[in-house]
Ligand binder design. Structure first.
Ligand code: COA
Length: 372
């Protein structure tokens, strides 16, 4: 059977970023305005006043120091608290497609391939800009790829589930060369006015090229095995969908944006992920000691520290389990791929690692790779 390999990877990083201090200043200005506007109702005990956020809390609770966004001004405008991304004409490339073309071009360059040599494009992300035509088909056209393309969504696990789908199709022969691309406009589904989560997300796009190892034109990563698992939970949820107008009174509801019960997620997802990775390693005949690196989903530093320790049976050494969330925040499905892309170039032939994502669903996906 064909051995699939990752032969290229790329990251599109927006040129605008927001530090915790900038974010908190805007949030606190919004809070002060809201409290002033609702002073009468607050005094009458009808509503609770909103409370300030703090950079110290954000750093200690999450490890996040900064995040990249497509539109900083809209997010930091206390009268708006949401990015400003104007509607584009149907003839112009969509925002997700534009981000994807940048990341895919970088990945193709590394693989020394042209768009025309790709016959499968999977656009795997936690939200899609429109229902149809698929964003992936637009990307396919913009890059001049052949074959077929489709969108998929498994929230934060979209990238690893996409890699499994592509690797399986290459093994089976239904595709020859794939791009799995993850454009994440998290700033569009984050409620920037909610203190509990306003610091969590950032925007980015990642892409990987997957093709038969025997056709690789440079250093590459053998995909030895993939494993996906899901278990239903409402603890991370977004109810925005195409029935929004058909349902009554759905337009302005808080649940039209990202919602989470962070504490429960923390407690429930940790054991799920560590046992998933350990089970996957063991079924494949690998030991934790065989791993040179763990590229984990990037949601929370404490969570990653815990998973790294549980999997390795000791505190990970510097660089063994790299985090990028301090600079990018949580970028949903793209997080583990950013970590992989930015922290794998130094590894030698034969070195092994695991890419692992986890999040809403719940969902967990792991990919066992070896440098070749
Ligand atoms: N600034 C200051 N204080 C804040 C705050 C903010 N922005 N947000 C919350 N607080 C306060 C809370 O009011 C609470 O105060 P209290 O103890 O007096 O009630 C305290 O800080 C702790 O809040 P809590 O929400 O329980 O924090 P936490 O330690 O659980 O951390 C998360 C919050 C979201 C960072 C953490 O739960 C997490 O990362 N969970 C997993 C998230 C995840 O992986 N999600 C997947 C998404 S794809």
């Amino acid at each position: 059977m064909t051995q699939p390999a990752i032969t290229g990877h790329g990251v599109f990083t927006p040129d605008q970023s927001i530090s915790n201090d900038e974010l908190v200043a805007a949030f606190n200005a919004y809070v002060d305005r809201w409290n002033a506007d609702h002073a009468g109702r607050i005094a009458a005990g009808e509503v609770e006043p909103l409370t300030h956020s703090s950079s110290e809390f954000i750093l200690s609770a999450s490890g996040i120091e900064s995040r990249y966004v497509l539109d900083k001004d809209g997010v930091l405008d206390p009268d708006r608290m949401c990015p400003r991304l104007p509607v584009r004409p149907d003839e112009a490339p969509g925002i997700m497609a534009e981000m994807a073309v940048d990341a895919c071009t970088r990945a193709l360059e590394m693989a020394d391939r042209e768009g025309a040599e790709v016959d499968l494009v999977i656009c795997a992300a936690s939200n899609h800009e429109r229902a149809y035509p698929a964003i992936a088909i637009e990307i396919q056209q913009l890059l001049g790829c052949g074959g077929f393309a489709f969108d998929m969504n498994v929230a934060c696990s979209s990238a690893t589930f996409g890699i499994q789908a592509a690797a399986d199709m290459i093994r089976a022969g239904s595709a020859r060369r794939a791009l799995v691309v993850n454009p994440e406009i998290c700033s569009g589904h984050l409620e920037w006015r909610d203190r509990d989560c306003h610091f969590i997300f950032g925007d980015v796009c990642t892409a990987v090229v997957i093709e038969p190892a025997e056709e690789a034109r440079g250093d590459h990563w053998l995909i030895h095995s993939t494993r996906c698992a899901t278990q239903f939970s409402n603890n991370i949820r977004n109810n925005a969908g195409f029935l929004r107008r058909a349902h009554d009174q759905m337009e302005d509801r808080r649940d039209m944006q990202f919602m989470q019960n962070g504490r429960k997620v923390f407690k429930e997802v940790l054991p799920l992920v560590s046992s998933h990775i350990l089970g996957h390693l063991s079924d494949h005949g690998w030991q934790a000691d065989d791993l040179t690196r763990l590229w984990l989903h990037q949601a929370n530093k404490t969570m990653n520290d815990f998973i790294g320790k549980k999997v390795l049976g000791r505190v990970p050494e510097d660089g063994e389990q790299p985090n990028i969330l301090q600079d990018y925040a949580n970028t949903s499905s793209a997080g583990s791929i950013i970590a992989f892309s930015k922290h794998s170039g130094d590894m030698g032939k034969g070195d092994k690692g695991v890419i692992c994502s986890f999040g809403a669903g719940y969902s967990v996906g792991s990919v066992l790779v070896e440098r070749a």
